[in-house]
Design a protein around this ligand. Structure first.
Ligand SMILES: Nc1ncnc2c1ncn2[C@@H]1O[C@H](Cn2cc(CNC(=O)c3cc([N+](=O)[O-])cc(O)c3O)nn2)[C@@H](O)[C@H]1O
Ligand SMILES: [Mg+2]
Length: 216
């Protein structure tokens, strides 16, 4: 029987067919075009992606954590802006998505800066120091299950993975929404928080990114 392809598989097919190998920008453009013209997918997208780019550039991070790889769109976006020695660890729960993301990341040619780890963030965050040799993260991009943003942030604090000046950048704080996380970072004396108004990827619906600086 003909096996049905999944949306991530069709997205990868478009990348391998249309994007230039080794060119992260062309991979990003191809995915955005696919999502606008063919099938919507939950990538951070081109509009919020520009805000992500500016936060990465101004942070100039050495060690970045991404929660929720999906197809690797934001992984490629971030990695393409990192200085040579910097590295990005991205956590992905779903093995099928991880398999697709690895191929997107390799096609873009950023695989040397990226470590994709399969598993649940709640299980992996406590292993970052001992198993992955991380001291602290300069930047964390939260884009996974919305009810994991707050518990995983508290877990990163408890595990000593944030230092004074570490930046948390959270996707979807309006749509689908992360109310408990927003309330926490906006009211805790340990964070200086700022909302970047934008739109849900490839739509006119309001969404935005919340940038929160850990004050130590
Ligand atoms: N605790 C976790 N640890 C590791 N990976 C995780 C975890 N939770 C979800 N994931 C993975 O993230 C990927 C993508 N993902 C993200 C979400 C949560 N994000 C959204 O649901 C979302 C939804 C919309 N939307 O519905 O419009 C828009 C967006 O930008 C979104 O990020 N669910 N799966 C999936 O492969 C999943 O396995
Ligand atoms: Mg998102």
């Amino acid at each position: 029987t003909l096996t049905q392809s999944t949306r991530p598989q069709r997205l990868l097919g478009a990348v391998q067919k249309k994007a230039t190998r080794g060119n992260p920008r062309s991979v990003i453009q191809t995915i955005d075009q696919f999502c606008r013209q063919r099938e919507w997918a939950m990538n951070v997208g081109d509009e919020k992606g520009c805000i992500l780019d500016s936060v990465v550039t101004e942070t100039n991070p050495t060690t970045v954590l991404e929660l929720g790889t999906y197809c690797g769109y934001s992984t490629v976006r971030i990695a393409s802006l990192l200085p040579p020695q910097a590295r990005l660890i991205t956590l992905e729960f779903n093995p099928d998505f991880a398999r697709i993301a690895r191929q997107v990341i390799t096609w873009a040619g950023v695989q040397d800066k990226v470590e994709l780890v399969e598993g649940a963030s709640g299980d992996l965050i406590p292993k970052m120091k001992a198993q992955f040799g991380v001291n602290t993260f300069d930047l964390v991009f939260l884009d996974h299950w919305k009810d994991r943003y707050l518990p995983d942030t508290k877990l990163m604090e408890e595990c000593g993975l944030l230092k004074k000046g570490s930046i948390l950048l959270a996707d979807n704080v309006i749509c689908p929404g992360t109310p408990d996380y927003l309330e926490y970072v906006r009211n805790s004396p340990r964070y200086q928080s700022q909302y970047f108004k934008s739109h849900l990827e490839y739509t006119k619906v309001e969404d935005g990114l919340e940038k929160s600086v850990f004050l130590g």
